[in-house]
Ligand binder design. Structure first.
Ligand SMILES: NC(=O)c1ccc[n+]([C@@H]2O[C@H](COP(=O)([O-])OP(=O)(O)OC[C@H]3O[C@@H](n4cnc5c(N)ncnc54)[C@H](O)[C@@H]3O)[C@@H](O)[C@H]2O)c1
Ligand SMILES: [Zn+2]
Ligand SMILES: [Zn+2]
Length: 391
């Protein structure tokens, strides 16, 4: 089959690889009908997350049709079913899965020892996302093996298009969880740093969850326009002071809820000197991530507020003002998304027309164009916001 394969830093190719096979009785194989490139894939593209190997198949946002099932699927799935695949692989039976903490499933990382060593305790297996989380082949491919498929799937009705439901596997529940873990009150100002696909879903989730006002920050005009269309007040951080504007919008008290939908690759600019320092430290391996947004959120957040972090961080960060966060009494909530915790509710909201997540798609291309589209998405060329691939 054809698949997008990681060969090294900024080197992804569309290669011919072996078709996946059933390896375990709880596996299923799907024929991928649609998949997407996620901001998290860019961190792998730039080789910021350790433990990728040349030959690894990319992709963790995908859906398709079941073409084969293992002997222990026991009627949970059958050939011909149309499913979205959550990017977090979940066994459904361990203590964490029973509590709905699916992204820290204790059993789905087949390289548990690596996870234990890197994080203290293993987290869930993830598709196409390094050997720390299982080294499972991803879904930017014609076919995908889904481990624990009896639990790791979301059945979707034929009445909805691929484009309407594809993002149930990642960015829609990610934006939702980012907003939900802010415990939004009707009097709250919710601020979202980053208007990429995750930021866009977060903005709409915060609006649906009833925030008084939602503020969105980025420096890319078309992403800010899309944020505005979703109900946000926008701030272009290259044109104005984020701190001053947020204080203005909140009567000097600061926003109650701050969400980081940027992650470890915060924009580097002369106007944010700390980002220059982070970049320099990254180059000499003194720091792995650029946490400008975390610093800004801690500074601007109202005392006793909540900091929610869907943005991915990979390792060690420097100069985080912990004293400021402690004395202000801030709460931190973060994590890879517990996808299945949210998807029944979100699928219902799509069916009821409360939201159509396809609004974020700007580019739809064949798999062969995938390698080029990584660059287009990374560089925001051609007003690119979200890429869908059709294998
Ligand atoms: N927690 C999860 O389960 C989960 C799931 C999906 C994605 N993610 C993460 O979410 C993050 C965003 O993903 P995406 O797909 O939207 O990626 P993206 O790269 O398209 O979006 C990031 C946006 O942040 C903006 N930005 C950069 N520096 C900024 C700053 N200082 N202030 C404000 N905005 C700034 C960029 O211009 C860009 O528009 C990534 O880190 C990704 O890995 C996490
Ligand atoms: Zn993702
Ligand atoms: Zn589990």
């Amino acid at each position: 089959m054809r698949a997008l394969v990681w060969h090294g830093k900024e080197d992804i190719r569309c290669d011919t690889v072996s078709d996946p096979e059933i390896e375990h009785p709880r596996d299923a194989i799907i024929k991928v009908t649609s998949c997407a490139i996620c901001g998290s894939d860019l961190h792998l593209f730039h080789n910021f997350i350790p433990a990728m190997k040349p030959g690894d198949i990319m992709g963790h946002e995908m859906m398709g049709e079941v073409v084969e099932t293992g002997s222990e699927i026991n009627g949970a799935l059958k050939k011909g079913d149309r499913i979205v695949v959550p990017f977090t692989i979940t066994c459904g039976e361990c203590d964490q899965c029973k509590r709905g903490n699916f992204s820290v499933c204790e059993r789905s990382n087949r390289k548990k020892d690596l996870g234990d060593k890197a994080f203290g305790h293993t987290t869930a297996g993830l598709f196409g996302y390094t050997h720390l989380t299982g080294g499972y082949p991803g879904g930017q491919a014609e076919y995908l093996r889904v481990p624990f498929a009896d639990k790791t799937h979301i059945k979707v009705p034929d009445s909805l298009t691929d484009e309407q439901v594809l993002f149930l596997g990642d960015i829609f529940p990610t934006g939702w969880q980012a907003a939900a873990q802010c415990d939004i009150e009707p009097t709250d100002t919710v601020v979202v740093w980053g208007c990429g696909p995750v930021g866009q879903m977060t903005i709409r989730s915060a609006v649906l969850l009833g925030a008084k006002q939602v503020v969105a920050i980025d420096c890319i005009a078309e992403r800010l326009s899309m944020a505005e269309a979703g109900g946000a007040i926008t701030i272009n951080f290259m044109d104005e002071s984020v701190v001053e504007r947020l204080n203005e919008l909140t009567g000097g008290k600061g926003p109650e809820k701050c969400i980081d939908a940027v992650g470890l690759e915060s924009h580097v600019s002369m106007s944010q000197p700390d980002t220059l320092l982070d970049r320099a430290k990254q180059m000499v391996m003194l720091e792995s991530d650029r946490p400008h947004v975390l610093r800004e959120m801690i500074y601007v957040c109202r005392p006793a507020g909540i900091i929610s972090i869907p943005g991915v961080y990979s390792g060690l960060i420097d100069k985080l003002p912990m004293g400021m966060a402690m004395n202000k009494g801030l709460s931190f909530r973060m994590g890879q998304t517990h996808v299945k915790r949210w998807t029944d509710d979100l699928l219902r909201r799509i069916e009821e027309g409360q939201i159509d997540p396809s609004f974020v798609i700007t580019h739809t291309v064949g798999l062969e164009e995938g390698p080029e589209m990584y660059k287009v998405f990374r560089d925001k060329q051609d007003s690119c916001i979200k890429v869908v691939l059709k294998p």
